[in-house]
Design a protein around this ligand. Structure first.
Ligand code: HEC
Length: 115
């Protein structure tokens, strides 16, 4: 009896933690979409056919790791060299972005994980 109760409790707690993490992810992704629009990333990139077609970001979440995406946003010059990116104009630097905004952009980019 006690064991069943403990198990049931474990399931309930597990579900609650899981959905809280999901809600947090979703909030970060939503915020990331906002930052993406505010920073006009679409001048050089497209998502789902909207924006600059030469720089599609669809599937980027499956292609790059979080750290690589972060580096693209915080140190695009280094990444342009490292990845041998040739498209012009080269990616702009976002030096004034708050850490939360960068975090949110990374969450959004990671959510673009389907081709
Ligand atoms: C002035 C043009 C420009 C702007 C503005 C720009 N980028 Fe980029 N970005 C590039 C170029 C060029 C590359 C190199 C890869 C390519 O050719 O698409 C790149 C690469 C990337 C990559 C790696 C893509 C891959 O497939 O490996 C990510 C992620 C990215 N940018 C995110 C962003 C985000 C987020 C913003 C807005 C905060 C942004 N970019 C704004 C030009 C731009």
């Amino acid at each position: 009896m006690t064991r069943t109760l403990v198990t049931a409790l474990g399931v309930v707690v597990g579900l609650a933690v899981g959905s809280a993490a999901y809600a947090q992810d979703k909030a970060a992704v939503d915020k990331g979409m906002k930052v993406y629009a505010e920073q006009k990333c679409a001048l050089c990139h497209s998502v789902a056919g909207k924006g600059m077609a030469k720089g599609p970001l669809d599937g980027v979440g499956a292609k790059l790791k979080a750290a690589e995406i972060r580096e693209w946003i915080t140190d695009p010059k280094a990444m342009t060299i490292k990845m041998k990116a040739e498209r012009k104009p080269a990616m702009k630097e976002y030096k004034t972005l708050a850490k939360e905004d960068v975090d949110a952009l990374v969450a959004y980019m990671l959510s673009l994980n389907k081709k």
